[in-house]
Design a protein around this ligand. Structure first.
Ligand code: FAD
Length: 392
C-alpha cells in the first residue's frame, strides 16, 4: 500500500487519487528493485541508463499520460509531477531521460504536431519502441535560443534541408529520432522537425567528461545537408512560441525532479545522522546537525507547495510561462542549498559515491542550469512583474 514519504511533511500526497497512489506504489517497487541497486555503478562508469529501464518505465504506462493518444488512465498534472519526483529521488539522470522522452520529445509532437503526426509518433514513443531527443541548444546559442539559433531549414520542393550544429542534446547519441529546432531561411521563424537519426548528414558525438547526471548522456550534433520530407516538419509549429509552450510544461516537471533530487539527499542524510556516532551519540542528536536537517526539510516542504500548485494551475488552465519559470528557479535554488547541507552531514563520507549523497549533490548542478538557467527563468518572472523584458 501507499506509504507517505517522511519528507512530505505537510501531506501534499493528499492531492493524489487512490488510483494514482497505486501507480506510485508500482513505480517505487520498480525503482527500488531495478534502478537503485545499479545507479552508483553506472554513475561511476558514466554508462547510459540501460534500455530495459526505459522499457520498464514505459511498461508501467508512465509515458505520454497527458495526451489522448497515449493516455492510459485519468491523471492529473500533479500526479505526473509526482512521478518525476519519485524517479529523481532515486536517480536524477533517469528522471532526466524520462523528462526528455516524455516531456520534451512527446510534448513537442503533441503540442506542435498535426493529429496525423501525433497518431504516428506518440504511441511508439510511449511504448519505448523509439527513444527521442530534443535539439534546441547550439554551441553558440543557449540562453538566447529564442532569437539566436543558427541552424537553418531551407525549403526545397516537398523537402527541407537542415544545416547547423546542436550541443548538449540529452539522449542525442543513442536516440532513434531527434526533434531539431531550426530557423526557416525564408520567414526567419523557428520550426521543429522530426529527424530520424539514420538520415544521411546527421552525426551525434557523446560529450565526454561530464561530472553531473553522468548516467544520461548528451551529444554534440552536426547537421550537414540533412534532407527531411515536409511531413516530418511539426505542422502546427509556427514560431518559437510553440517551442516555449513545450518548455513551459517541462520546466514545471523539472521543478518536481529538483524536489525529488533534494529528497534523495535528505533521506540519505537522515539515515546517516541516525547511524553515525560522534561524541558518544548519533550525530543526529547534535543541535547543529538537526539545524541542517530542519532547514533541508523546510526547503523541501516549501518547494512541494510550489510544484503542487503550479501543476494544479496547468489542469485549471491558468498556468503561464512565468509560473513555470518561478517554480523552476525557486525549487532548483532550494535544491542546491539542500544537497549541500545534506552532504555536509556526512563529513568526509559525503564525497564517496557509495554513500549516495555526492551523486545528488553533483546532479543538482546540471538540473540547476538546464531547461533555462536560474537567471533566464528569473528574467521571465521579472518580465511578468514589470512588463519589461530584460533579456532582448
Ligand atoms: P549560456 O546561455 O552561455 O549562459 C551562461 C551563463 O550566462 C548562465 O549563467 C546564464 O544564466 C547567464 N546569462 C546568459 N544570458 C543572460 C542574461 N541575459 N542575463 C543574465 N544572465 C545571463 N538543450 C537541449 O536543447 N536539449 C537537451 O536535451 C538539453 N539537455 C541538457 C542536459 C544537460 C546536462 C545540460 C547541462 C544542458 C542541456 N541542454 C539541453 C542545454 C541547456 O538548456 C543549456 O545549457 C542552458 O539553456 C544554458 O545555456 P548555455 O549552457 O549555453 O549557457
Amino acid at each position: 500500500s501507499f506509504q507517505p514519504l517522511n519528507s512530505d511533511f505537510y501531506g501534499y500526497e493528499n492531492a493524489l487519487t487512490d488510483q494514482e497512489k497505486s501507480l506510485i506504489v508500482e513505480l517505487r517497487a520498480f525503482l527500488e528493485t531495478e534502478v537503485r541497486p545499479i545507479v552508483n555503478g553506472l554513475w561511476a562508469d558514466a554508462e547510459f541508463v540501460p534500455r530495459r529501464i526505459v522499457e520498464g518505465l514505459a511498461g508501467l504506462g508512465l509515458f505520454g499520460q497527458p495526451w489522448e493518444e497515449t493516455r492510459k488512465f485519468e491523471n492529473s498534472a500533479v500526479f505526473r509531477g509526482w512521478v518525476a519526483l519519485e524517479i529523481a529521488r532515486v536517480d536524477a539522470s533517469v528522471a532526466t531521460l524520462v523528462g526528455v522522452q516524455n516531456g520534451l520529445v512527446m510534448g513537442s509532437i503533441a503540442i506542435a504536431g498535426s493529429p496525423e503526426q501525433r497518431a504516428e509518433w506518440l504511441p511508439r514513443l510511449a511504448s519505448g519502441e523509439l527513444l527521442g531527443a530534443f535539439g534546441l541548444t547550439e554551441p553558440l546559442s543557449g540562453s538566447d535560443s529564442a532569437q539566436g539559433l543558427r541552424t537553418v531549414a531551407t525549403r526545397d520542393g516537398d523537402n527541407w534541408i537542415l544545416n547547423g550544429e546542436k550541443r548538449w542534446i540529452g539522449n542525442g547519441s543513442i536516440s532513434d529520432i531527434t526533434i531539431i529546432w531550426a530557423k526557416d531561411s525564408e520567414d526567419g521563424q523557428v520550426k521543429g522537425f522530426i529527424v530520424p537519426t539514420t538520415t544521411p548528414g546527421y552525426t551525434a558525438t557523446k560529450i565526454e567528461g561530464k561530472q553531473s547526471l553522468r548516467i544520461v548522456q548528451n551529444a554534440d550534433i552536426v547537421l550537414e545537408n540533412v534532407v527531411v520530407a515536409d511531413s516530418y516538419r511539426l505542422q502546427q509549429g509556427k514560431s518559437f512560441r510553440d517551442t516555449a509552450a513545450v518548455l513551459r510544461l517541462t520546466r514545471a516537471e523539472v521543478a518536481w525532479a529538483a524536489v525529488g533530487n533534494s529528497i534523495g539527499a535528505y533521506d540519505a542524510a537522515v539515515a546517516y545522522a541516525d547511524s553515525r556516532v560522534q561524541f558518544g551519540k548519533t550525530i543526529g542528536s547534535h543541535q547543529l546537525v538537526q539545524d541542517l536537517l530542519a532547514k533541508s526539510l523546510g526547503n523541501i516542504t516549501a518547494s512541494l507547495g510550489v510544484v503542487t500548485r503550479v501543476s494544479a494551475m496547468l489542469d485549471e488552465g491558468t498556468q503561464r510561462d512565468e509560473h513555470a519559470s518561478l517554480a523552476k528557479f525557486f525549487t532548483t535554488a532550494r535544491m542546491r542549498e539542500t544537497v549541500a547541507w545534506c552532504r555536509e552531514i556526512f563529513g568526509g563520507n559525503g564525497i564517496v559515491l557509495d554513500y549516495d549523497v555526492i551523486r545528488f549533490f553533483a546532479d543538482a548542478e546540471a538540473i540547476y542550469s538546464y531547461e533555462g538557467t536560474r537567471e533566464m527563468n528569473t528574467l521571465i518572472v521579472g518580465r511578468a512583474i514589470t512588463g519589461k523584458a530584460a533579456f532582448v
